[in-house]
Design a protein around this ligand. Structure first.
Ligand SMILES: CC(C)(COP(=O)(O)OP(=O)(O)OC[C@H]1O[C@@H](n2cnc3c(N)ncnc32)[C@H](O)[C@@H]1O)[C@@H](O)C(=O)NCCC(=O)NCCS
Ligand SMILES: Nc1ncnc2c1ncn2[C@@H]1O[C@H](COP(=O)(O)OP(=O)(O)OP(=O)(O)O)[C@@H](O)[C@H]1O
Length: 196
């Protein structure tokens, strides 16, 4: 089984690339963000610890954690982001490693792991290749404002907490430019797959 790690800053198009790989190349996929959400759901292994860190006011009526509230705190207070990372990241990594083993046994031949923090959390150690999805910062901000309703400030705050473009470029095996037309992105994916 080949494993491709997909990384890049917020709104660069990682999920878009992942989705294409799943549909067109029959890849098995794992998204760190989604797993991070899963482990903090009621009954999830991080639920209690996250509430202990932020306080009971983050519990919504349906008992789920108010991620918007948590997001506003962590992207404004670096020490809180670090504390949340310390709770969530080990659980997410362990989940991913278990799933990789499971998929290997199930006969999956192409596995994609998507994470903005893939390099910081050293997921590259178990990836055959790391693909960096690059989109210019201003285009990312505009896409996030129109598709997710982020404010410019929110997008900029998240960007400020993520790795720099230089860091991503330095550690990537392959760079996909996603500033323009999606057909151009699909062509680069095809090329990356051929080079695996
Ligand atoms: C802060 C939380 C509650 C916000 O949830 P929400 O659904 O609003 O946003 P989402 O998870 O889609 O993240 C939005 C963007 O921020 C990025 N991001 C999320 N957490 C972090 C972080 N700790 N540091 C830098 N960027 C982050 C994501 O990759 C994504 O690009 C959530 O992102 C979270 O629990 N983050 C901490 C755990 C984490 O690092 N998860 C990401 C991979 S394990
Ligand atoms: N080439 C493109 N042209 C136009 N819109 C695009 C393109 N690529 C991605 N988008 C749009 O930009 C937005 C962000 O893309 P996507 O969700 O894939 O980014 P992401 O890197 O996964 O974000 P996150 O870091 O939050 O997980 C989405 O609305 C997506 O549809």
């Amino acid at each position: 089984m080949k494993i491709i790690g997909i990384t890049g800053g917020v709104g660069a198009g990682k999920s878009t690339v992942l989705d294409h790989l799943e549909k067109q190349y029959n890849a098995c996929v794992l998204q760190a963000d989604k797993i991070g959400h899963l482990v903090m759901e009621p009954g999830g292994i991080c639920y209690g610890q996250v509430i202990a860190l932020f306080g009971k006011q983050i519990i919504k009526n349906d008992k789920t954690i108010d991620r918007k509230m948590v997001s506003d705190v962590v992207f404004a207070h670096e020490e809180m982001r670090q504390k949340l990372n310390d709770i969530i990241h080990p659980a997410v990594k362990s989940y991913i490693l278990d799933k990789i083993e499971e998929q290997k046994k199930a006969g999956c031949t192409l596995m994609i792991v998507e994470a903005a923090l893939l390099l910081e959390d050293h997921y590259d150690a178990f990836c055959d290749k790391v693909w960096y999805i690059h989109t210019d910062q201003e285009i990312r901000i505009e896409r996030l404002m129109s598709s997710r309703g982020y404010t410019r400030e929110k997008a900029e705050n998240i960007i400020a907490r993520q790795a720099t473009e230089g860091f991503f470029r330095e550690h990537a095996d392959y760079i996909i430019q996603n500033n323009g037309d999606l057909d151009e992105t699909w062509r680069q994916i095809e090329e990356g797959i051929r080079a695996l």
